[in-house]
Design a protein around this ligand. Structure first.
Ligand SMILES: [Zn+2]
Length: 279
């Protein structure tokens, strides 16, 4: 599932394609369940005639802000992919919803598993669930991170995946950050030392930065894989140190990497570098 770097990649590509400034002439809906809380007619009335003013991201959501104070949140979930097409271009059976612009181009949502979500509302509070800080927000300092860890008894891996604790981190980047910071995924979150919390804070930002710089992580060739705009692959997979590399040697110490389950999620780590107790 796309995480912060993958969604940020799509957002930047949408901007580069010139999505800002387009005006919605209509909406096509082939799969009404992509819409949360709206009929296709109600959803179309919310957006028709409005101009896209901002293309941004919050956590793992693509956020389009329209003239007149309307916003649209898109969550790609498992298989959602966006692409532009001329209005006359043939429609794929997996295209569940599309925006039609006044200039004749369409922004189409291709979603083979159909878990993706589009939701429009006038206020962001009505649009988004409770979300923790953005990892790159200047207000999210290492001190804030430490304060948020205190009193958290859950395993650190589980906590990193909680979007209400920290926005944007998912399974890939949580495993990579914990390896980078040399922390066992099952360490209790409130048991980290000051130095360990600081190392993890830096590691989270480092692995996310690399993910963005490499246009996201595309794994394997399956349909559930992340794809950039127009179906292109992200280039970050070759930089991963532990994620889905169980059985291979740790790039730091050479010991065989292992896979365990933490909070029902497959978790990859080095049993030597990432000790379960404070050294
Ligand atoms: Zn190691």
């Amino acid at each position: 599932m796309p995480e912060l770097p993958e969604v940020e990649t799509v957002v930047r590509e949408l901007r580069a394609h010139g999505l800002v400034g387009r005006t919605v002439a209509g909406v096509g809906v082939a799969w009404p369940r992509v819409l949360v809380g709206d009929t296709p007619g109600a959803f179309t009335r919310k957006l028709r005639g409005r101009r896209i003013e901002v293309v941004g991201r919050r956590a793992k959501y693509i956020l389009l802000k329209f003239s007149g104070g309307m916003s649209l949140a898109i969550h790609l979930r498992m298989t959602g992919q966006l692409h532009f097409a001329a209005r006359a271009a043939p429609r794929d059976v997996h295209e569940t919803i599309w925006l039609v612009f006044e200039d004749g181009e369409e922004l189409r949502f291709h979603d083979t598993r159909k878990f993706g979500v589009w939701k429009a509302a006038a206020s962001l509070d009505a649009l988004l669930p409770e979300l923790g800080p953005e990892p790159f927000d200047p207000a999210f300092t290492v001190k804030v991170f430490r304060e948020r860890l205190s009193g958290q008894r859950r395993a650190i891996k589980t906590l990193l995946l909680d979007q209400a604790f920290l926005a944007g981190v998912g399974n890939i980047y949580a495993d990579e950050a914990l390896w980078d910071a040399k922390l066992h995924p099952q360490r209790r979150a409130d048991g980290l030392t000051r130095a360990q919390a600081a190392a993890l804070y830096a590691a989270v930002r480092r692995v996310l930065t690399a993910g963005i710089a490499n246009n996201g992580t595309s794994l394997g060739d399956g349909a559930t894989n992340f794809a950039r705009l127009e179906g292109r692959r992200g280039g970050n997979a070759s930089t991963l140190k532990v994620f889905r590399r169980d059985g291979q040697p740790c790039p730091r110490c050479g010991v065989e990497l292992r896979r365990i389950v933490v909070g029902q999620r497959g978790t990859h780590f080095c049993p030597r570098c990432q000790r379960s107790k404070t050294p």
